[in-house]
Design a protein around this ligand. Structure first.
Ligand code: BG6
Length: 487
């Protein structure tokens, strides 16, 4: 069952970086899915802006090829493809050329007076260009109260540069018009975490340091850096993944119940996430050496074409210093070229306070809730059960398994599809507010500083493995271990 949809005014959706990897792999497939569901407002145009010399026809070809590659085969429909490509335009723009900007201005102003569109500027380019693009749009009178701007992460490379970027964008757009995207917040299972926690009663009483032993958040990828070596080598895994996706997941696990989710209460969830970020115990100086692991897969330099000390793997131990979570470690880990493509949150509960079955075979394993973001979005609750049969009690691990695709017989939308729709509707709940981004940078920055000052070299790990052994030791020191391979 699909939720009833709103009728929205047309949009002029400008994608700066329109021929880039992100646009072709994620944004245009996301827009295509909306087209397929007939959710794109009538009269909507999509304008790819890039330096590539291409006319509209060339862009339509390029996008069609990308859609064949990146959209699920059973979703490719001739009618929807035609409808989407008919909306596409391309504008070759050199950021320093006044003539090129005039041409963009001409295109965006080329609408009948009675057909005003919501202008959405998607900046899928490096954040060092955000300020210049916003200024030019403003100079040309292309920023009106109905405009929105979407910013791709990472915003800046540290706290100071992120402030500069946010200041520059903030001089042109009001905060309510700025949508800072973190596509993890568009994942169905991530939103479901909110619903599971707060639309049910059974978890909340045990969701605290009294019953939770620790939390693990893993985003493991089998891919390497592929075509994005230039960007990635400047960023590294801490900036690329931890500062945004992993910390956002941590916030959703750890936050207090917001008073309300939905309607116009766009800030309720974001306020609660911000409190978590502000409660993270700072990791500074020598503590960073104990609480973080920096890794790099052995073939990284070869793939890149030059040696590098950038990390492709991070594991770390964080703590949220508040009443609910005092003393509960949150272990985060992410890396490229690992054994599995798997993103999970594991909430590991404490042992029962009293051993009731001392004479039984088998052992009790601590309860554990696995929230799976990929593969197969869903949730598993791990329990200890009695093995069936007569005689004494034999204890055995068992699990309750909920896979969204089976439970609802419906495909989960791709995160970008969902988030682009929210931008068109003007709903910012699942986007990061400036204070959140800066609080996350504020926590990550001392780690970067320590790595730089102490010249912490990444430890090597072989592609196709679980990552460096030091990540195992990080947990082993606390008498714990990573939960591997939940499927
Ligand atoms: C992006 C990172 O934000 O997220 C990439 O820049 C990473 O390096 C990607 O591969 C992972 O997203 P997902 O949805 O495939 O887990």
């Amino acid at each position: 069952m699909t939720a009833p949809d709103l009728v929205l005014p047309p949009s002029d959706f400008t994608v700066f970086g329109g021929t880039g990897d992100l646009a072709l792999r994620k944004l245009l497939p996301g827009l295509y899915e909306q087209e397929r569901r007939r959710q794109l407002p009538a009269g909507t145009r999509i304008i790819g802006v890039s330096r590539t010399p291409l006319d509209d026809a060339g862009y339509r070809d390029l996008v069609t090829r990308a859609l064949f590659e990146h959209v699920a085969e059973d979703h490719l429909e001739v009618g929807a493809l035609h409808r989407l490509t008919a909306r596409l335009h391309h504008l070759t723009l050199d950021i320093g050329s006044a003539d090129d900007w005039d041409r963009l201005h001409g295109l965006l102003k080329d609408r009948p007076a009675d057909e005003e569109a919501t202008r959405i500027h998607y900046l899928a380019v490096g954040s060092d260009l955000f300020g210049t693009i916003c200024d030019r749009l403003d100079d040309l009178g292309l920023v009106t109260p109905r405009c929105r701007v979407v910013l791709e992460k990472p915003i800046g490379a540290d706290l100071a540069s992120s402030r500069e970027v946010n200041d520059a964008v903030g001089r042109v757009f009001e905060e309510r018009q700025i949508f800072r995207i973190d596509h993890y917040l568009g994942k169905e299972s991530v939103q479901n975490l909110l619903v599971t926690r707060f639309a049910n009663v059974f978890l909340e009483p045990i969701w605290n340091s009294r019953w939770v032993d620790h939390v693990q958040i893993t985003v493991a990828e089998t891919l390497g850096v592929e075509e994005r070596g230039d960007y990635y080598d400047r960023a590294g895994a801490l900036r690329d993944m931890v500062q945004n996706h992993l910390l956002q997941l941590l916030c959703l696990v750890a936050m207090e119940p917001p008073s309300y989710v939905g309607g116009d209460a766009h800030d309720a969830v974001r306020d609660e996430k911000l409190k978590v970020l502000r409660a993270l115990a700072p990791l500074t100086g020598a503590e960073v050496d104990r609480a973080t692991v920096r890794g790099q897969y052995t073939t990284y330099g070869e793939e890149l074409g030059h040696p590098s000390t950038t990390e492709t793997f991070v594991a770390l131990r964080a703590e949220v210093q508040n009443w609910r979570w005092s003393g509960v470690p949150f272990y985060l880990r992410t890396g490229k070229r690992l054994a599995r493509q798997e993103s999970t949150i594991e909430v590991v509960f404490k042992e029962p306070p009293h051993a009731m079955f001392p004479d039984s075979e088998g052992v009790t394993t601590p309860n554990r809730l696995t929230i799976r973001m990929q593969p197969d979005e869903g949730m598993q609750l791990h329990l200890t059960a009695k093995h069936p049969g007569p005689g004494g009690i034999r204890l055995h691990p068992a699990s309750l398994d909920l896979t969204w695709a089976d439970a609802f017989d419906e495909r989960s939308p791709e995160p970008y599809e969902r988030l682009l729709r929210d931008v068109m509707r003007g709903v910012p709940t699942l986007f990061m507010r400036r204070d959140e981004v800066e609080a996350a940078w504020g926590w990550v920055e001392p780690i970067l500083e320590r790595w730089r000052e102490a010249a912490v070299e990444p430890v090597r790990y072989h592609p196709g493995t679980e990552g460096p052994a030091a990540a195992e030791r990080l947990l082993a020191r606390d008498g714990r271990f990573w939960q591997e391979g939940t499927r």
